[in-house]
Design a protein around this ligand. Structure first.
Ligand code: NAD
Length: 725
């Protein structure tokens, strides 16, 4: 038989070699074609007595198999019942089990009345999600000593492994390891997988198939461990085993603290492992599929898959890139200003293989910027993540200078000098005097309109904003801001560059604060406003964390600094004059910075104290300066204010076309300021609660707390932003 997604060759010894190689794709994933082919091949494998065993490998240099094509899950009819979803999912689950047992019943296998045909997996690279699950369904696994990762990342998009991952990982590596692997979703290297019993052998990439074949030949009768008599889960299993009861209890508690009950998939993974550990594998696989379908039927998984996978990938592949512009050379980038941002931009650019000319006012300042890369590389070396040679090669790409002449052959400019229009004007003019005519000039300004800066340029049509977030090496989002004269070329160049440094771009409008800061500032102000009202700061922080924000808004205010907040407020007052809309925290900010000298984390502290080497703690004197109110609000009231101020600000940005589509609004929120990922982003969240419900609640909050919570008028006519749009 021939297949679309793999070759299936049977050698003279009767050993089949399945080489998975999805046509036209850079990486193997489970999609409809592969599942269909695989089910047929397993039938052939079991039915054909001439086939004595099988080796599965990949024809891709990129790895073995990277999980499921999540778009496939979106293809289920919207009105599919739970049973239909279960049946659809169980098809693959059943085929893997059939391969593992050669179609015999577990009873016959354990009684020795039948035996399975040996199947080995030659893992020539990463095996994630469904890739790991296919591998675990084989009796023997050889992994390459080259680039390799194994793991169950499904939890990161709100799912649980659905092709045996919870059951076989637990039966091979024990309850605790399985809980860790499946709830944390982090990939492991070959050595760890070997030590946990998840693979059997590590070999050079060129030998993995031969080694797998060798094993198949030597083991003609090879039941899975759980299909042998007397099998026990390593380390103990079940509700009655005193070795694992405390592990279950402790792990469940820890997982719920870490996820604050926002990720139902985590609870389901633990249930699947717990329940599965006390039943035979065939029942365990059905339990896993049941929990998998429960996840699929809830909004969290759907929203997370859409934003964190489908839309993120589309944005990173340049969905907004103008088709009219051909390939743009991007070998050498000029970074102007080697301060906090310039240093980070130089690092991520060189790390991605591009040469960097890092320019500052003098060599000392430029070298100081390069020191940032040196420090990060040294850290990488000390943690074994980077070799000395690679570090040196990367550092050699960063050429420091104080001379504009060195910019003459760059392909792109990114400017990150002081936030001062005069300084920026000077730098733009000096740079344009030396660079090629076709080179795009991008500014990393955070507050000056791009169209204003572009007025200083000879080529305003080639001018654009590329707005990074701090710290540049960690923050995954970049805002791209065309000015009023920007053409297609700078947009294409900016998207190409962001693609090369492997960050997620969104294209937004040229307004004060662009998109992310237009939302973050009102959100942080709302938290400060509550402090001024006498609401307990610990309550504010905990409500934000419970909601799924990675840090509390007061801690985030310290990070961005009270000093910067005050500066931005003052410059907005100056610029907008009568049109300035008070934030309600002007006095608090003045007091913090001018009177109390608490200017932010870097200047010694703000809402929190930051003891050297210790854990941050809320400043004990806060209540002296901002006395606690006798009546404290309920956590729900605080949570509503923190959530709905963000939703209102996002809704306004969407309404005013500051952010152009719900996809970008959601991506920007999650990757720009850490908006609760389980929601899929603010627009998804509004969709999930129903636009009507959102509007009604926002109206009620506006009445109680002020107009800043009011929904845009246009939302009153909307049904939804994704499916219902
Ligand atoms: P910074 O003060 O740390 O660095 C600015 C650097 O520019 C300094 O090294 C300085 O010596 C250099 N410089 C000043 N004038 C120069 C000139 N004429 N020629 C060459 N170099 C010159 O500032 P930063 O925080 O890195 O911010 C830089 C830019 O990035 C600003 O426009 C800022 O608004 C923007 N930005 C900052 C952040 C942030 O969180 N700090 C985030 C996004 C964007």
């Amino acid at each position: 038989m021939t297949y679309k997604t793999f070759t299936f060759e049977i050698d003279a010894d009767g050993i089949a070699l399945m080489t998975i190689d999805l046509p036209g794709q850079s990486m193997n994933v489970w999609n409809e074609d592969l599942i269909e082919d695989y089910i047929k091949a397993v039938d052939e494998f079991c039915a054909n007595d001439d086939i004595k065993g099988m080796v599965i490998t990949s024809g891709k240099t990129s790895g073995f198999l990277a999980g499921a094509d999540l778009r496939m899950l979106g293809n289920m009819p919207a009105d599919a019942t739970a049973q239909q979803m279960f049946d659809a999912n169980f098809k693959l689950q059943a085929a893997v089990r059939k391969m593992e047992t050669a179609g015999h019943s577990a009873k016959n296998l354990t009684k020795g009345l039948a035996h399975a045909k040996p199947v080995a997996c030659a893992l020539n690279g990463l095996a994630l999600g469904g890739g790991m699950e296919l591998a675990l369904g084989c009796h023997y696994r050889v992994a390459t000593d080259g680039k390799f990762q194994m793991g169950q990342p499904e939890v990161q998009v709100g799912l649980i492994p659905g092709a045996g991952g919870t059951q076989r990982t637990m039966r091979l590596a024990g309850v605790q390891n399985a809980m860790q692997i499946c709830t944390q979703g982090k990939p492991m290297d070959a050595k760890t997988a070997l030590s946990q019993g998840l693979i059997h052998e590590i070999a050079p990439a060129a030998d993995v198939v031969a080694k797998a074949k060798e094993w198949v030949k030597a083991n003609p009768k090879s039941n899975a461990p759980w299909d042998k008599k007397g099998f026990k889960v390593p380390g103990g299993a079940g509700a009655m085993d005193p070795r694992v009861v405390p592990i279950f209890a402790g792990f469940s508690a820890m997982a719920q603290v870490a996820t604050r009950h926002n990720y139902p998939a985590v609870r389901r993974i633990l249930s699947s492992i717990y329940e599965g550990s006390i039943v035979p594998i065939d029942v365990g696989l059905r339990i896993e599929s049941k929990y998998f379908v429960q996840c699929l039927m809830e909004p969290q998984a759907k929203n997370m898959i859409r934003t964190l996978f489908v839309n993120k990938q589309a944005a990173e592949k340049g969905a907004d890139r103008p088709k009219s512009v051909g390939e743009i050379p991007m070998k050498k980038v000029g970074v102007l200003g080697a301060g906090m941002m310039g240093a980070g931009i130089a690092y991520v650019t060189a790390r991605s293989g591009m040469d960097v000319v890092l320019l500052d006012r003098d060599m000392d300042a430029a070298e100081k910027g390069k020191d940032y890369s040196r420090k990060l590389n040294d850290k990488g070396i000390s943690r074994g993540k980077l070799t000395k040679e690679k570090s040196e090669a990367m550092l050699a790409k960063i050429h420091t200078t104080a001379s504009y002449d060195d910019l003459k052959d760059v392909d792109l400019i990114i400017e990150a000098v002081f936030e001062d229009p005069g300084v920026k004007k000077d730098v733009i003019e000096k740079t344009e005097a030396v660079i090629r005519d076709d080179v795009v000039f991008a500014s990393n300004t955070s507050t000056i309109p791009i169209s204003n800066l572009a007025k200083n340029s000879k080529r305003p049509d080639q001018f654009i904003g590329i707005h990074f977030f701090s710290p540049v090496d960690k923050m995954p989002l970049v805002e791209i801001i065309p000015g009023d004269k920007s053409g297609d070329l700078p947009l294409a160049a900016a998207l190409d560059y962001v693609g090369k440094i492997k960050k997620t771009p969104i294209v937004v409008s040229d307004t004060r604060g662009f998109y992310c800061n237009s939302v973050v500032m009102p959100y942080l102000n709302e938290a400060s406003r509550m402090v001024a009202e006498g609401i307990n700061p610990a309550l504010i922080e905990n409500c934000a964390l419970d909601m799924g924000m990675p840090v509390g808004p007061l801690a985030l205010t310290d990070e961005t600094s009270q000093e910067l907040g005050l500066r931005i407020m003052r410059s907005a007052q100056e610029e907008l004059g009568d049109k300035y809309q008070p934030t309600g925290v002007e006095d608090l900010m003045e007091k913090f910075v001018e009177e109390l000298g608490r200017k932010g984390r870097k200047s010694g502290g703000g809402y929190y104290d930051y003891p050297e080497g210790g854990k941050k703690a809320l400043w004990p004197e806060l209540s002296k300066h901002f006395p606690l109110a006798a009546d404290q609000p309920t956590p729900e009231e605080v949570t509503d204010r923190l959530m709905f101020i963000q939703l209102a600000s996002v809704a306004k940005c969407f309404d005013n076309d500051i952010v152009h589509d719900p996809q970008s609004a959601d991506l920007g929120a999650i990757f720009g300021w850490g908006f609760a990922p389980w929601t899929g982003g603010p627009m998804s969240h509004i969709d999930t609660m129903g636009v009507d419900n959102y509007v009604a609640k926002a109206d009620a909050l506006a009445q109680k707390y002020g107009e800043r919570f009011a929904p845009p008028a246009s939302f009153r006519d909307k049904k939804g932003f994704y499916e219902a749009a």
